[in-house]
Write a protein that binds this ligand. Structure first.
Ligand code: S3P
Length: 177
């Protein structure tokens, strides 16, 4: 693979496959895979669900922005971001400078099937009905759409999605030269 240096950030709603695809993509490129939620929970020594329940969402968002800032100094990384990260304007200052942003687009119905009742995702109990969760999704889509690359993930395997990202990322770089 010709694509060397730089970083890729995967964006999208909960359940769109950022972690699964990110791992495959990183392996393919020979890069490091970083799951931002894991960076946060490792540093705090507690789970994301516990951070939400003990300190609240705003506190989590602070930790999330700090973690993004820290890892943005590394290179050759594929980062799976949390689904709410792109809704904070200051995070885009970092994303736009240090990452090729890739939106993993997925139909809400598919996402809902994957995430409903997941206890590790505190927002699925906070937004307790399908309607509420859809409203959250609807509000977030415009943020995800700011990504430089959008990949349709419906009916594609994680392996194929990773392949598509690698090709599109490489093309973007060729045009920039
Ligand atoms: C969140 C998504 C989660 C995690 C946290 C908040 C969100 O990550 O960061 O529970 O606001 O959508 P995933 O998108 O990996 O589930």
């Amino acid at each position: 693979m010709r694509f060397l240096g730089g970083n890729i950030a995967l964006l999208g709603f909960m359940g769109c496959g950022k972690t699964t695809v990110g791992r495959i993509l990183a392996r393919k490129l020979g890069w490091k895979f970083i799951d931002l939620d894991c960076v946060i929970s490792d540093k705090e020594g507690i789970s994301i669900a516990e951070i939400f329940s003990r300190f609240g969402e705003e506190y989590f968002r602070e930790l999330e922005s700090e973690a993004l800032e820290r890892i943005s100094h590394e290179s050759s990384t594929v980062v799976a971001t949390g689904g709410g990260l792109p809704t904070r304007e200051t995070n885009w200052d970092i994303l736009n400078v240090s990452y090729l942003t890739v939106y993993l687009k997925c139909q809400f119905e598919t996402l809902y099937k994957r995430i409903q009742g997941d206890r590790n995702r505190p927002l699925t109990s906070q937004y307790s009905s399908k309607e509420k969760l859809f409203e959250l999704y609807r509000k977030r889509v415009p943020y995800y759409e700011r990504a430089r690359v959008t990949i349709d993930t419906d009916n594609h395997s994680p392996k194929d999605i990773a392949e598509e990202i690698a090709v599109r990322a490489d093309l973007k770089r060729s045009y920039q030269r």
